[in-house]
Design a protein around this ligand. Structure first.
Ligand code: TNX
Length: 541
């Protein structure tokens, strides 16, 4: 039979697409985080514009949008899986093998359909992210996408896959946070630890204490003018961002720092002052570093702040209350009348006992609101309830603190300065940022936490991993992006992918496609392949 020229051209195009799909199937799929198992299967699936997806019941609109954006064409919504080219199905419909549990999922590409199987909304969501990554990477021809046959089984190594953003030192703002949440979700990260208060700024509207944002939100680490613009989140904005994150399976864990790192709050309400920062004899840096820990007004203030915070972050599970570096600013405590009378009443002989009393008092308040208390690792010395406290281990030079925390039975988030602090340099030749007997290059982030020598019994108590972006040296969003990406992509794989599947060379081969995708999202990054120029505040501020 003679072929028309149109159908000949269509056949040639199909053959070409088949070649591209075959080549694509042979190379490792550029999925990040690398799934637990990926097996090639016979055949391929061609998805055409207008193809339909049967999405999980009750899922947000953003699921369909994510598929359409990744495919590059509109994906319609199908009511029933039978008619759909993309299907989200319950775990027990999986044709063979163990049904995925929890955050796990299975994804099959057959000539008929791309099917995602999971037993929870989180599992379906992570299958969706993998589907989106497959679609973005697949070859295109005449507007269609050709996916190689594949069977993926996947589940995370750690349940806490986090990123801490410091908005107190420099403010990122709503749009940057939304963009960040989208990218975090794409890499299956599920906790944003939001550092909203610190000495250089208070960024969270509290209705009972309006001066916190009228006064305390002005300025930043590098701009202390009292008439600098106010920069903070209204409660309505917080609710919007929390809901946006929730749709993406990300819990936002707020941090309200106490009793230290409190200048912005004390500047707003001077009656709460507990004295300042004394380091190497300098009292000028943070003169109001601590709250007065024993003054009844302080306790009422903090209880009220925590209560409003709890109402804004209903699904957070944890409210972080800081608790770090108090020794920098508690020198005045012994001279405060309220501290003196507390010590007398309780029979305390040391300031440490006052700190412990304060921590326990505020942890009870957090717990009373139905949340666990998060605290930097100093709080492990404060005898807080093991089952209601999450310890964030940050002092990498104190492995004995981690040991003690694990032995005491606290759940732990691992976020040691090295290699998890992204305000540290990522390349020796970079000039701006911190170093502490070393720097935090991409490979070190990727290799974490293997170097810690954790035993399986320890790992059971480790909730997970977290990167922290402290923002003292980041005036611009361009610099925050430069410090964050692609190190956060590496952290995402370290937190998700089983240890036996981690391979830095493979990660590096998959990374370039993701750098392009970050660029397409409007997110900046350091390009380790091109050794792109360092972005410092002096260039961008
Ligand atoms: C230590 S981590 C801090 C932060 C700084 C950071 C800078 C922690 C609990 N405290 O206040 O921003 O170092 O790297």
């Amino acid at each position: 039979m003679l072929m028309s020229s149109v159908s000949r051209r269509l056949c040639a195009a199909a053959a070409c697409l088949a070649c591209a799909a075959a080549a694509f199937a042979q190379a490792e799929l550029s999925l990040i985080p690398r799934p637990d198992s990926v097996q090639s299967r016979e055949g391929r699936l061609t998805l055409r514009p207008g193809c339909a997806a049967a999405l999980p019941a009750g899922c947000p609109e953003s699921y369909g949008r994510a598929l359409s954006e990744a495919a590059g064409f509109g994906v319609a919504r199908a009511d029933a899986p039978a008619a759909a080219a993309i299907r989200f199905l319950p775990a027990d419909r999986l044709p063979s093998g163990a049904a995925p549990k929890g955050e796990g999922y299975a994804l099959l590409v057959t000539p008929d359909a791309l099917s995602v199987y999971a037993s929870t909304p989180a599992g379906h969501f992570y299958g969706l992210q993998t589907a989106a990554q497959l679609l973005r990477a697949a070859p295109r021809e005449n507007g269609s996408v050709a996916l190689p046959g594949v069977e993926i089984r996947d589940a995370p190594r750690f349940g806490w896959r986090g990123y801490m953003l410091d908005e107190a030192r420099h403010f990122s703002g709503r749009e940057a946070v939304m963009r960040l949440l989208d990218a975090m979700a794409y890499y299956k990260l599920n906790r944003l630890h939001w550092h909203l208060t610190d000495s250089s700024g208070w960024r969270l509207e509290i209705k009972a204490y309006p001066k916190l944002t009228e006064v305390g939100s002005r300025g930043s680490e590098t701009d202390r003018r009292p008439d600098a613009p106010a920069q903070f989140y209204t409660q309505a904005e917080i609710r919007e961002i929390v809901a946006y994150a929730w749709e993406r399976q990300i819990a936002i864990v707020p941090e309200v720092e106490m009793p230290g790192h409190a200048d912005a709050a004390v500047l707003s309400y001077p009656e709460l002052d507990g004295g300042g920062y004394v380091q190497k004899g300098r009292t000028d840096k943070w003169p109001r570093f601590t709250f007065n820990p024993a003054k009844p007004e302080t306790l009422v203030f903090l209880d009220t702040v925590l209560k409003e915070t709890a109402a804004l972050f209903p699904g957070a599970g944890v409210i972080h209350f800081g608790g770090d570096e108090v020794h920098f600013g508690c020198q005045k405590w012994p001279s405060l009348p309220e501290v003196q009378s507390l010590m007398k009443k309780e029979g305390f002989t040391t300031i440490e006992e006052v700190e412990t009393w304060f921590n326990r008092r505020m942890a009870a308040s957090v717990n009373g609101l139905g949340f666990k208390t998060g605290g930097w690792d100093e709080v492990a010395a404060r005898d807080l309830p093991r089952d209601k406290t999450v310890v964030f281990w940050w002092r990498h030079d104190k492995p004995q603190v981690l040991r003690g925390v694990l032995d005491a039975g606290y759940p732990v988030v691992l976020c040691p300065r090295r290699p998890c602090y992204f305000d540290f340099l990522q390349l020796e030749s970079h000039t701006t940022g911190r170093r502490w007997s070393g720097i935090n290059p991409l490979g070190d982030v990727y290799a974490f936490p293997e170097g810690l020598g954790l035993q399986p019994s320890d790992e059971a108590k480790v909730l997970g991993l977290q990167a922290c972006l402290w923002a003292e040296t980041t005036v611009s969003q361009a610099r925050r992006d430069f410090l964050t990406w692609p190190r956060l992509v590496a952290l995402a794989e370290a937190a998700w992918t089983p240890q036996a599947r981690k391979d830095f060379a493979s990660f590096q081969s998959r990374l370039p496609a993701h750098l392009q995708q970050l660029r397409a999202r409007g997110i900046g990054f350091y390009d380790p392949f091109a050794n792109s120029p360092e972005i410092t505040d002096s260039q961008t501020g």
